[in-house]
Design a protein. Structure first.
Length: 180
């Protein structure tokens, strides 16, 4: 009889203790917030990369109330990308835009730009600075800081974002990311 009780206890206790094992590192993509004992099988992304930016709106006027490229209705927009404070990409193209009159957004494909890989993704941000380009003058329109990693998320899609929508101060865009 005592043997049966011992077997029953072992049958119930062993599975319960083994269920607590898993990846306990929030930087790993297979992190499990419900685990308390690390099993040594955490898996990590090597880098995150900014693949594209879809621009929905940028403010039409500068801080003095003057329209970009005034008196023209369309203005020439470009942007630079920084990782932390290091300039990693200067957009070589100039886009003629006026979001007040446009019915479509602007999609900028950056998928072939290798400098947009961020190997220090757990502690650094992307900064996108939008400019009005008037040859030879360039004026900063607006900027945004985004980070596709959220440390406090409990599930993979809560922590490693494939896209981020930024919409503040008349600047509205979505940045798309890939992880590897």
């Amino acid at each position: 009889m005592n043997k049966y009780i011992l077997y029953l206890v072992l049958i119930f206790i062993l599975p319960l203790t083994s269920c607590k094992k898993g990846c306990t590192d929030p930087l790993a993509y297979n992190y499990n917030a419900n685990r308390s004992i690390d099993n040594g099988r955490c898996k990590y992304h090597q880098y995150v990369r900014l693949d594209s930016v879809r621009i929905y709106n940028v403010k039409d006027e500068n801080d003095n109330g003057v329209g970009w490229d005034s008196p023209f209705a369309w203005w020439d927009m470009t942007f630079d990308v920084f990782i932390d404070d290091e300039l990693v990409h200067v957009l070589p193209d100039i886009y003629s835009v006026n979001f007040s009159y446009m019915s479509e957004d602007v999609l900028v494909d950056l998928s072939d730009v290798s400098s947009l890989k961020n190997y220090d993704w757990e502690s650094s941000d992307y900064k996108i600075v939008f400019f009005d380009y008037d040859n030879p003058n360039v004026e900063i329109v607006d900027s945004a800081i985004i980070n596709p990693f959220y440390y406090l998320g409990t599930r993979q899609n809560d922590r490693f974002f494939d896209s981020i929508r930024y919409n503040q101060h008349d600047l509205d865009f979505r940045a798309y990311f890939s992880w590897d």
